[in-house]
Design a protein around this ligand. Sequence first.
Ligand code: SF4
Length: 702
Amino acid sequence: KGSSLDYDREVQSVCPYCGVGCQLSFKIKDDKIAWVDGIDGPANENRLCVKGRFGFDYVRHPHRLTKPLIRRPDAPDKGLNVDPANPWTHFREATWDEALDAAAAGLAKLRGFFGGKAVAGFGSAKCSNEEAYLFQKLIRTGFGHNNVDHCTRLCHASSVAALMENVGSGAVTATFNEIENADCAIVIGCNPTENHPVAATYFKQFAKRGGKLIVMDPRAQALKRHASHMLQFRPGTDVAMLNAIMHVIVEEKLYDRNYVQGFTEGFFQLRDHLKDYAPEKMAPICGIEADVLRDVARTFANAKAGMIFWGMGISQHIHGTDNSRCLISLALLCGHVGRPGSGLHPLRGQNNVQGASDAGLIPMVLPDYQSVKEEGARELFRSIWQMEVNPEPGLTVVEIIDAIYRGEIKGMYILGENPAMSDPDVEHARKALAHLDHLVVQDIFLTETANFADVILPASAWPEKTGTVTNTNRQVQMGRKALNPPGDAREDWWIVVQMAKRLGLDWKYTHPSEVFKEMKMGMQSLRNISWGRLEEEGAVTYPSLSPEDPGQAVVFGDGFPRPGGRAKFTPARVTPPAEVPDQKFPMILTTGRQLEHWHTGSMTRRATVLDWAEPEANASLHPKTLRKLGVEPGEMIRIETRRGAIDIMARADRAVAEDMVFVPFAYVEAAANTLTNPQLDPYGKIPEFKFSACRVRKTGED
Ligand code: SF4
């Protein structure tokens, strides 16, 4: 950290990485970010992790897109074949007018010829709320349908489906900071020290104060050292384990009878359903001893205030919605919702995945999760937009890729997403992108997805834009522009507005604050939150009950936004993974993130410190498994599934079970999603990233 002489100015904003939403201060010198400090935001209280502190020089990386690009007529066939440092055999530079005209004309031509449904859009959780709102509005009104989605489909769509169904709201019921008022917390299917590091510091403090921290995950993790219970259960057996815990709570009458009677419905169906799930019967399935399951049940049920945190280990399964239903039922049974120190908290992944979802970047709902099927919701947005809203839910991320193969979708506008890295069975997704008649990509780097583009529009990195974002805590926060974008790159909201005008929409926005004002007209969640307030206060939690109220950390203390004000128990049955290990593919592949690398790596792999700390693709296996395979740590292994194979460096890791292999998905040279299974959860339509059958051998050996 330098002295005050070491920078010219400072700008307060929000971290662009994970959903914790740490507030920070950019220290700017010579028009570059010299360093970053944490400031006193509601979610981080001055803390930052390694990404927030050291992950910012990607902003001035030489690979930044600084000019609009148009594919050359004589370019090689579309494929993953463009050198980001030298794209000139594939693309030529263009002026903004030329590129926007070409981008919009290509989409308009498809709309004219095949109808608006022939075009789909992927927006981004890395953009601001205003940009997400504009993007979904552009697809809905410019093309007359709802084929617009974003990466929430790949992370917490199943959690949101279960929360909407059973609680009536897709957001968390309590901030993670509420853990300071809890005396027991379950952390399941997530690895916060790697993926939500600042939230993890609150969890560790909670344990240090004597709180009971129950960690449940098929992989061990650093939080284990702070846990009162560590349940390393068999992958994919969440429903069996959680039902067994609830069985004990019902059998031993540990549930909160008054709460269940006063605030819930469906208890008797759940009680009858749970009879089949005695811990002694479920123990061999989930790999956790019956005594331990009973002890966990008693510990959580007897707590005065308990919270449940979960991540993609819960959501990314074909039974992801069932997993979340179990967690919701568990909290409701014990009355651990709506009170201080109690609540349900799916830890959101990207810095604005909550906000982008709230803003309507979802094919079945308008802003604030208002169903496109509801006449009242359509009427509301018809009156704001002066355009009709299609009542038919649109296609989701994986469904859009499949619709390209069927010839139903022929053009796409992709803003800030990277499906050529992030989609399951990624070769299938890449072939689909290559198949499109017209692809417009708007991004800050020539990403793997931009390799397939016809027109590339150079956008702004987060420190180069002004806008609001909403973190996992429902805290709407103000991001302030610290730098100008390089070259001719422009802010995303401006580019979307230019595209809309060329697609025939009469848009007159001149600043993101005008977009925020329009959002408030259709979004009750933003009541009492104004742009001016956010500029002044930096953050307001929704719901905010008055212009002075900083917002409600805990919600639903006096009932739920469901019929009769009651939450619902939805029993869940055990469903096996879509693909179970067999003789040919005897091991289990699971994928995820690492502390230093963020999602598909387009930013963090271009951040010097982060890339230095974790420079190479690696797969984690138990040392015993490596010995059995005759592989030393550091040697290359080949991992194969029914969809493809990758060669990757082996790393010894006792946290991984002996029949498992963990692969992070940030590395294009060993793309984990070459291997993953695109089978979907039927409710949340989320792919089963967390479980594929695989086989592993030393590279070069038959
Ligand atoms: Fe950024 Fe998340 Fe780290 Fe906070 S915890 S600094 S939001 S990556």
